[in-house]
Every structure is written in structure tokens, then in C-alpha cells.
Design a protein around this ligand. Sequence first.
Ligand code: 4SX
Ligand code: CA
Ligand code: FE2
Length: 353
Amino acid sequence: MSGTPAPPDIIRAAYAELTVTDLAAARWFYVDVLGLVVTAEEPGALYLRAFEEYLHHSLVLRAGESPALVRLGYRVRAPEQVAVAETYFRALGARTERVAAGATRGIGEAVRVEDPLGFTVEFFYGATHVDRFTQAYHLHGANAIARIDHFNVLVPDVRAATAYYRDLGFGVSEKIEDDEEHLYAAWLYRKPTVHDIALTGGDGPRLHHVAFAANERHQILHTCDVLGSLRAEQHIERGPGRHGVSNAFYLYLRDPDGHRIEIYTSDYYTGDPDNPTVRWDVHDNRRRSFWGHEVVPSWYSEGSTVLDLNGRPRPLTAPTEQREASVTIGADGFGEVASDGGPGTGFKLGHQS
Ligand SMILES: O=S(=O)(O)c1ccc(O)c(O)c1
Ligand SMILES: [Ca+2]
Ligand SMILES: [Fe+2]
């Protein structure tokens, strides 16, 4: 649109701040089990990073009354992009708040906005540099996590949310549609991988998950073994398995407060300007699990509350159109297997029900 200010030059999804009701339990989960590195620790907050990261943190856990997403943080390409972001969101009529360096420990001057989807989002450039443990193998556990990869959020209108992120300069790598072109989910990127943000249709605004990337599938499998050994396997919600969308190998965990964390590896490069969008049909049972178990209902229905700039929980809006979980044939991922070559006919030989 003419007259609309230029969007900020966003590099990538950079950090999330979550409130947790028991910081010690969260520390056990994210540090003792997942092996994230403690950059800084305060009586009411933990600042964590993964082994390849040199910015101060990619996850802040803050003690609070109830579990929630405080904010999502995107890094922009230069200090002056913070003002560009402020101008852009003010032109959208969004509430913005400029914060000084240190408003979040380790993060420089930033602008926080309440975006049109109902999420509180921070745009920053400056951040304290800390040790990068890429080759500190003596510190890595066998389940070492490399870096933060993406956010996934629940929104009632995926098509509108996709348009909002495309206006912010994100490309669409993959999407799930039906033959009436209803958009059930979309994956969008700024860094040259499958996504920095994914949009999942559902009551929103809610956080669906924060995803970290590991370098190797065996590191993800080791997390499963560690949880089994600790008699904590109930933290595994979905997977391990191979995604259809993104082609990544995945595991979904629920932390002690129910926040969903994905550990993810081996998606693909999307950096050329003509990177084609992959379209999946909602009736294709391999879209979410190329192989692996069916998607558990909680994965479609549950998410974390989102706070506004005043720390108040956001009320939810339901989708106006039908939900993916009600549309797919059986349970996707292995509910039915093709027998005549067409999708969704025949039945898997081994099944639970
Ligand atoms: O389950 S999906 O294959 O749709 C999927 C793909 C990539 C992701 O990061 C994800 O969370 C979920
Ligand atoms: Ca590998
Ligand atoms: Fe994900």
C-alpha cells in the first residue's frame, strides 16, 4: 500500500520469554534434562541459550503466577531497524513501547509491540555477546541443542495472519490447504530455513510452541532416552517422528507448566528468492507425520496463554471456519494408508484403536 512505512528488516526468531510457576522445576527441565546453558540466573528468572548461540539468551524463564508467553523476540539487522519497527507498527495502529537497553537483561534498546494478531513482540538488535560453545564438546550432553529455530502460534484466521507476516517480508515455505483453498496452517521465514514463525489454526492468540534445533537426529533420540531413564517420559507429547511439512525430524515435549517445546533437526534451505512454496492437502495424512505416530489431540487443541504489554492474559477468539483436526481423515500420520495409490484408502495393518 502506498504511504505504508517500510517494515523492519527482521533477521530471525531470536528469543521467547515464558512465565513458569515453579522456576526450580523449569530449571530441571530446561537445564538438567534438555541441557540448555545458563547465561544468567536471578532469584526470579533464568536466561538460557543453546550451544551454538553467542547472544545472551534465546529463552527467558520468569517466575509468575500462571504459565504464559510474555513475548516473542525477533532480531533485526541493525540498531536503526528498531526505530523502523516502531514507525511501522505505529502506522498499523498497534500499541508500541520503546524500552532502554537492559529492560531485558542482555538485550539492547528495543521496541515492544502488541501485533495485529494479539501477540506481544519485541524487535531488537543489540545484545550482550557471551561464549559460543559450538565446539565445547566436553560441555555438550549427548542430547545437545544447537540453537533456537522458530515459534509456532495459534491464530483463528491463518490467511489473515499469513498476509500480516508476508507484509513483514516473510516468505511462505509451506502451507496446508483444502480444495476450497481454506488455509489451515502456514510456515513463514526470514532466515533461509523453513520457518521462523508457523501459524496453526485454532483459538488464539496462543503460543503453540517454541522450537530449538539440534544438529543430529540421534541427539533428539537421546532426549527421549534421558526422559525414560528419569521416569519423566510423560513430558513427551508427540514424536519422535519425521514431519511431512518441513521434512524435519521432530520431538514435542511439554514442560512442567505445559508449555510446548519442539526439538527439531534437518529441515531444508529456503534462501533463494524463487524458493517454491510447498502445498499440502489437508486430507494428505503424511502432511504432519511423513512417518510416525498419529497426531495426538492435545497437539491440535492446547497452547499457552499470551500476555499483553501490561501482562494481562489475552482473551481468545475461535476460528470461524472448520478446524484441521475435524477435517483430516482418521488420525493423520498413520491413520490410513493408500492401497489403490490414492491418499487415505485402506487401513494401517498395526493400529491402537
Ligand atoms: O506437523 S507439521 O509437519 O505440520 C510441522 C512442521 C514443522 C514444524 O516446525 C512443526 O512444528 C510442525
Ligand atoms: Ca543428521
Ligand atoms: Fe515447529
